[in-house]
Write a protein that binds this ligand. Sequence first.
Ligand SMILES: Nc1ncnc2c1ncn2[C@@H]1O[C@H](COP(=O)(O)OP(=O)(O)O)[C@@H](O)[C@H]1O
Ligand SMILES: [Mg+2]
Length: 228
Amino acid sequence: MKHAVISVEKISKSYGSGESAVMAIKEATFEIFSGETVALLGPSGSGKTTLITMIGCITEPTSGKLTLNGNVMYDQKWTISDTRKIRRENIGFIFQSHNLIPFLNVLENVTLVPLMNNIAPKEANAHAKELLEYLGVGDKLDKIPSQLSGGQSQRVAIARSLANNPKIILADEPTAALDSERALSVMKLLRKLAHEQEVAIIVVTHDERMLPLFDRILRVDDGVVLEE
Ligand SMILES: Nc1ncnc2c1ncn2[C@@H]1O[C@H](COP(=O)(O)OP(=O)(O)O)[C@@H](O)[C@H]1O
Ligand SMILES: [Mg+2]
């Protein structure tokens, strides 16, 4: 049985107040199920980053309700005391630029969060190696980020986002820095992961060519989220 991993009910976000207030997201309501890949599509400034960072408990909504894995995170206010812990333990983030730590090697970048979550080093290392192998960068364990190509760095960033076995992956234009062939292969990989490991994935993208790879498309237009 598929169950809703992400449930968003009438969630809104406004920045600023009074005359200068901007309604970045207007009463968005939708659910995302385990194993689903969902594209978030819309022009620049339409509210995509605002929406994805609210789901990731980074941006505080103004109103509405957010439920992750059946646990209420926000209901007119945060209902959890430590949003960072929630993120670290439940959510994998992939950003436009890979944000790898430059002075740590590939293996260390990937094991960092699991070690913070008190996973035993031996176990964290074994899992990280397995992920890096799966992503085709298993031979780069002791390289530092500056020794990798763009595509390799983004694969390492994906491995890192998976290292805590998240059931939710949020990716904000993860392939923007890649050429179209690499972008396509990264996207196919995310899709494979979602389907094989029952992960819900939301990907912000501008790229219409990627759309056939998604199970569903949500369009954001001036803060209004619509199912396609
Ligand atoms: N921190 C912020 N403070 C004020 N306004 C913001 C902030 N972040 C985003 N906005 C505004 O909210 C709207 C949506 O932005 P954003 O979510 O970044 O859109 P997108 O990711 O689709 O480009 C835009 O009008 C933007 O200027
Ligand atoms: Mg954005």
